[in-house]
Ligand binder design. Structure first.
Ligand code: SAM
Length: 264
């Protein structure tokens, strides 16, 4: 779990797919105009469009925005069957330009990376366009290892600190993002619904478990270098449990759909 490499995005995609709320995707679809223009912010290799396309109205036109040419190249090759434009752009610097003439906005696995100010800008732009939003797979800070290890909380507290580090958008919301999305939606007068979209990672998902443990150990020791030795010992113990197929891991996420209320 180092950055957002195509390999990492491919590894997480089936877990995302299994966790997403179908009900909220359908609610989002029900709020769209015919042949809508939908923008996918921070689209990566295109997983969000792949997951949503079949649920959206016929003739949907997509625009996928990301600032990483490597993931855009993978997305371009794998989304050929859909009507998708690709827009390489820095979402921190030019969110309003990225949304452009879109009539609806979606993003997956992005909202925990951004700041309160950025979310406020997102909802201001959505309100100006009366555009519904579907923001999915936002981490909510809940984790559950089975079996537990005495240093789980120590490591996860350091990891939460890393999740709040500035990722280019200002101080990141991390595990508070899903709650803030709902508050920001209400602030602009949108209705909002949320649903859990937790990852449930079984003991035989060895590559995913290893990637997560390595990613958590790396990020938490960067956040708390003084704890690095204990964190490395925790990582080694967790790696041994994975090898013995004894570890399962659940990671809390939330999907949110927000939309302007229809007038009576
Ligand atoms: C966790 S990945 C999620 C990718 C994809 N939505 C998915 O669900 O697989 C976050 C994505 O946001 C993009 N991103 C991060 N910061 C960005 C920025 N400032 N401007 C544009 N894209 C950005 C990354 O390149 C990456 O593709």
């Amino acid at each position: 779990m180092t950055g957002f490499s195509p390999d990492w995005l491919a590894l997480r995609e089936p877990f995302d797919r299994g966790a997403r709320s179908a009900r909220l995707a359908e609610l989002f679809a029900s709020r769209l105009p015919p042949t809508p223009r939908i923008v996918d912010l921070g689209g990566g290799t295109g997983a969000n469009i792949r997951a949503l396309a079949a649920l959206m109205p016929a003739g949907t036109r997509w625009r996928m925005v990301d600032d990483d040419p490597e993931v855009i190249a993978v997305a371009r090759a794998s989304l050929a069957e859909y009507r998708v434009e690709f827009d390489r752009r820095d979402l921190a610097a030019d969110l309003e330009g990225a949304i452009g003439d879109a009539q609806a906005i979606t993003a997956s696995a992005l909202a925990d990376l951004v700041s309160r100010t950025w979310i406020d800008r997102l909802f201001a732009a959505a309100a100006e366009r009366a555009a519904p939003l579907l923001i999915v797979l936002t981490v909510d800070g809940w984790h559950e290892f089975s079996p537990a290890h005495p240093d789980d909380d120590l490591v996860l507290n350091a990891f939460a600190q890393d999740q709040r580090r500035d990722k280019g958008f200002g101080p990141a919301l991390g595990g508070n993002a899903a709650e803030y999305l709902a508050a920001a939606a209400r602030h602009v007068g949108f209705a909002v619904e949320g649903e859990a979209s937790d990852w449930q990672i079984p003991s035989d998902a060895t590559p995913m478990l290893h990637a997560l443990i390595e990613g958590i150990a790396g990020a938490s020791s960067s956040a708390r270098p003084a704890l690095a030795r204990r964190i490395h010992a925790w990582r080694d113990a967790r790696a041994a449990s994975i090898a013995a197929k004894r570890l399962t891991f659940a990671v809390g996420h939330r999907d949110v759909c927000a939309y302007p209320e229809r007038r009576a």
